[in-house]
Design a protein around this ligand. Structure first.
Ligand code: ZN
Ligand code: ZN
Ligand code: ZN
Length: 228
């Protein structure tokens, strides 16, 4: 093996190890931010590495995703984290609303910018692995197996959670994301109606404390919703 080949091999191995290390730290409950500090890279990078961001997609999916971006006017459809910013097309991501990467039904796909996309993935949701760890830890510490009941704001189902999860308002991140999108659609329809019955863009900006761009986006979105 030549020196160059050996060096390449070491580098590849290091990368694989890095991903494994990040995943195991994450499953221990460390935040993306603290993992980033350990590896001296950005929080976004950690998220990308862990979620297998560079997944190879086939041509068909690639084309479908392009169509979804066109459907969404090549704009972030959430717009809360990128308010007033111009988002580069390269920074647009197709997000799966139900978090199932295999469900490529157009109604399950939405165009988001990188910032808003991270928000969708950072919901107050404790994943199963961490939950298991916490469970055993708590059990070892002899803490009573106390549970609190929480009613999901989206589906109305009642689910039991640990007391440290009292802030959770949804049964899972799928419900959380559905709820956010439903609310955003409702708000957009309201803005559109008010605009049609004579409220000016300026009025609406004040009323909803939104930017001009935000109001226009809402109107565009509502128009599409009411025709589909
Ligand atoms: Zn955005
Ligand atoms: Zn996503
Ligand atoms: Zn729910």
């Amino acid at each position: 093996m030549t020196d160059v080949n050996r060096r390449i091999k070491i580098e590849v191995m290091d990368r694989i190890k890095r991903k494994d290390k990040m995943i195991s730290l994450r499953s221990l409950g460390l935040s993306y931010g603290s993992i980033a500090k350990l590896f001296n890279c950005s929080r976004q990078r950690v998220h990308q590495i862990i979620s297998g961001y560079k997944l190879k997609r086939n041509k068909e999916t690639e084309l479908l995703f392009e169509r979804i971006k066109q459907r969404d006017d090549n704009q972030c459809q959430w717009g809360e984290r990128c308010k007033g910013e111009e988002v580069w097309p390269g920074n647009l991501i197709i997000h799966h609303i139900d978090f199932n990467n295999e469900n490529n039904n157009p109604s399950n796909l939405i165009t988001l910018c990188k910032k808003c996309h991270l928000y969708f993935h950072s919901f107050n949701h404790v994943d199963k692995k961490i939950e298991k760890k916490l469970q055993t830890q708590k059990w070892r510490e002899g803490i009573r197996k106390e549970r609190i009941k929480i009613k999901c704001l989206n589906c109305g189902k009642i689910k039991k959670f640990y007391p440290y999860q009292a802030k959770i308002k949804f049964c899972d991140r799928k419900c959380h994301s559905e709820y956010q999108i439903k609310n955003w659609n409702k708000k957009a329809m309201k803005i559109y109606k008010l605009h049609r019955t004579g409220d000016s863009i300026q009025d609406l900006m004040k009323q909803f404390s939104m930017t001009k761009d935000g109001i226009y986006k809402a109107i565009q979105r509502a128009k599409k919703l009411s025709t589909s």
